[in-house]
Structures are given as C-alpha cells and as structure tokens.
Design a protein around this ligand. Structure first.
Ligand code: FES
Ligand SMILES: [Fe+2]
Length: 370
C-alpha cells in the first residue's frame, strides 16, 4: 500500500466516464481502494467498497435489480444507502442483517463520475469496530459540512463546473503507468514541449520571450502566459488563431485534475482538461476532455483532424512520464531538483507529497524563453 497524503481522501477525482456506469456495475480503484460504482434504477450513481459483506466477493461482479445492487454469489441485495434489503432463501419472518456498505459521495456531471473517498454518504460499515464508528462519526460530520457545500457544486473547482456538456467535443480515457503527480506536472509544464513534441507543439530552435504570471491562492494555482499569442508548432498553425489568453488551472480540491484554457481574439475559447486518478502508486487512470466555445468545431471534425495530433502528443508525454516514474523508482526517490521554471511544482508538491507545506499565497512573475 502506498503512503498517500491523508488529505487526498477528501479530494475529488474523476473515476469513470458516465457512460461506463450503465446497466452493469463497474469496479474502479482510487488510492488503492477497490470501489464499485452502480447506477440505481432511479438513475443515481452510488459508490461502495467493492466487497460483499457476506463472503467478500466483488460487488462489481453483481447486477442491478429492482431492489438495488445484487451480489453475484448468493444474491444479497443492497439499496442506494448500502442497506441490505434482500437475501434470497431467507424466511420472510427472519431479520435481515443490519449491515450497511461503506459508501462514498459521487457527482455525475458533464459525462464524468467524480468520487471522494472520505465523508461517505452514510458511515456505518459491516462489522464496524469502535474505532471505525468513531471514524464514521467524523465522516458524518464531514458529510454535514459537505452538504453545506453541495449547493456550491460540492466543492469542485470553478474551472471544472463552468464547462458545459454541450461544448464537449471529446472524452478520452486510458491508463498510464505513472505517478499521478508526475503526469499532472507534465501537463502543466510548457518547457518540455520543444524537445518532446518538436514541431507539433513548439520548436526547439525558435523560442519567444514569454512572461508567466503565477498566482497562488488558498492552494489553487493559475498561470497566465503572456506574449505567446501565436505558437510555432503544427497544432497551433492548423487549428488555432491569435490568442488573448493562455491560462493553466490547478486546484487541490480536485487534486488529479488540471486545465489549460485558451481564449482567442475572435471571442472563441478552448478548454483542454485532464483528470488523472491514482489507482495505485504508479498506475493512473486518465480522462481527458476538450471543450470548444464560440467557434465552428463539430465533434466529427475534431475527431478527424485534431485528435490524431493530440493523440501523438499524449503518446510522447506518456512514454516520457512512464520512463520518469520507473527510473525514479529504481533509485527509490522521486524528489528532483527544481528551478523557478518549474512553475507548477510547489502547488503540486503540496497537494501530493505527505507533509509538504502549502506555498504562501501570492503572485510571482517569471520570464521564460518558450
Ligand atoms: S458473497 Fe455476496 S451474497 Fe454471498
Ligand atoms: Fe507534453
């Protein structure tokens, strides 16, 4: 098991595309925890520990029936709150065991299922010990607080909640054999693009003076790049027009997600958002979305023309970051040497490394040769 930073269990992660939680339950893993996602007959998605309290088989092998989620082995059935509602063969006069599956809070929005491990919907688990019950009470308190936030999109960052499903052009999912934080830093780091994606994103031999403004506020990060209205790579020349804004976003509330926002002189905007979710220490699930606002860009055209290029860039990133994670593991350490050019590193480090300090709020202006 990995030594994850405690606070990660209170953060939101994208664990599945909505479309994959359909008639059958789906097993996913987040921070080493096996979880079953099930769409109940009322359409709601619920999440439980992926084990039946009877003989501990995976509930994700089960099915959805009128009474809820039914285990594949003996048919114990659980409602949306995780209560056992039926045991086939049990005499009608016999009591059902007072078990409750440990549940987790989910949000379904814009084609994605978000999940947070701590602060379950209800906190009582099967065979709970006194310690567990204390945890459960803490969970319940956390729930109350979370309920207060529910009106506020349950604490998802604004750069996620502003995305409109109607503007989503594609949703892509895959797995990378990397540490999540390495993958996130790669996405937020422009300085590798000249060497790793030569000609596609930028060119090593043609750099421009760019000013990056890094704003750190309550753990959240934005980085504005000024001076790069145009970019020299093929992707820009084929699909973009002069920019008025290029901004990167990261918030520890959704600790595996980050976004690059591009705004253009013609009033349009493009949002490229990557959602990484750590399954284990060095395996990461990725859901990527591209949203386009205010310009002609039908999904079929994006798939036909943009997607092959982005796919190539993603393959180059994946290969490098997998090499990084694997090689760092050979040396048993992941702490590299950073300079002021590693703009996102302090915020990512604080979000992911146990015991790391959160960088002070403030604004930093950094000159880069991009
Ligand atoms: S193991 Fe699930 S019902 Fe028996
Ligand atoms: Fe890259």
């Amino acid at each position: 098991m990995t030594a994850w930073a405690d606070h990660l269990s209170t953060r939101w992660f994208v664990v599945a595309a909505s479309s994959r939680v359909a008639a059958r339950p789906l097993g996913v893993t987040l921070l080493d925890r096996p979880i079953v996602l099930a769409r109940m007959t009322d359409g709601r998605i619920v999440a439980f520990d992926d084990r039946c309290p009877h003989r501990l088989v995976p509930l994700s092998d089960g099915r959805i029936v009128a009474g809820g989620l039914q285990c594949a082995y003996h048919g114990w059935t659980f409602d949306g709150a995780g209560r056992c509602t039926a045991i086939p063969g049990l005499a009608p006069s016999a009591d059902l065991p007072a078990v409750r599956l440990r549940s987790m809070r989910t949000i379904e929005r814009d084609g994605l299922v978000w999940l947070r491990l701590a602060g379950g919907v209800d906190g009582v688990s099967n065979g709970a010990t006194a310690g567990d019950q204390a945890d459960d009470q803490a969970d319940d308190q956390a729930d109350d607080q979370a309920d207060d936030q529910a009106d506020d999109q349950a604490g998802l960052p604004a750069y996620v909640t502003r995305l409109s499903p109607g503007n989503r052009r594609f949703l892509w999912e895959t797995s990378w054999s990397t540490r999540t934080v390495d993958a996130l830093e790669n996405f937020l780091d422009p300085l590798h693009t000249h060497l790793l994606h030569p000609g596609l994103v930028r060119r090593h031999d043609r750099r421009d003076a760019v000013v990056a403004t890094v704003v750190q506020s309550a753990g959240a990060l934005t980085i504005d790049y000024a001076g790069a209205a145009a970019q020299r790579g093929l992707l820009y020349r084929l699909f973009e027009s002069p920019r008025i804004l290029e901004r990167a976003h990261f918030s520890p509330a959704a600790a595996g997600s980050a976004q690059i926002e591009y705004r253009y002189r013609n009033g349009s905007a493009v949002y490229f958002t990557l959602h990484f979710a750590p399954q284990h220490a060095t395996t990461t699930r990725l859901h990527a979305t591209l949203h386009v606002e205010g310009r002609w860009a039908p999904a079929w055209a994006m798939r036909a023309f943009v997607w092959p290029f982005l796919r190539r860039v993603a393959a180059q990133d994946r290969s490098m970051v997998e090499r990084q994670t694997a090689n760092a593991s050979r040396f048993g350490r992941h702490d590299g040497l950073s300079t002021g050019l590693d703009l996102a590193h302090p915020a990512l480090d604080a979000a992911w490394r146990p015991g790391a300090t959160v960088p002070a709020d403030g604004t930093r202006v950094v000159a880069l040769d991009l």
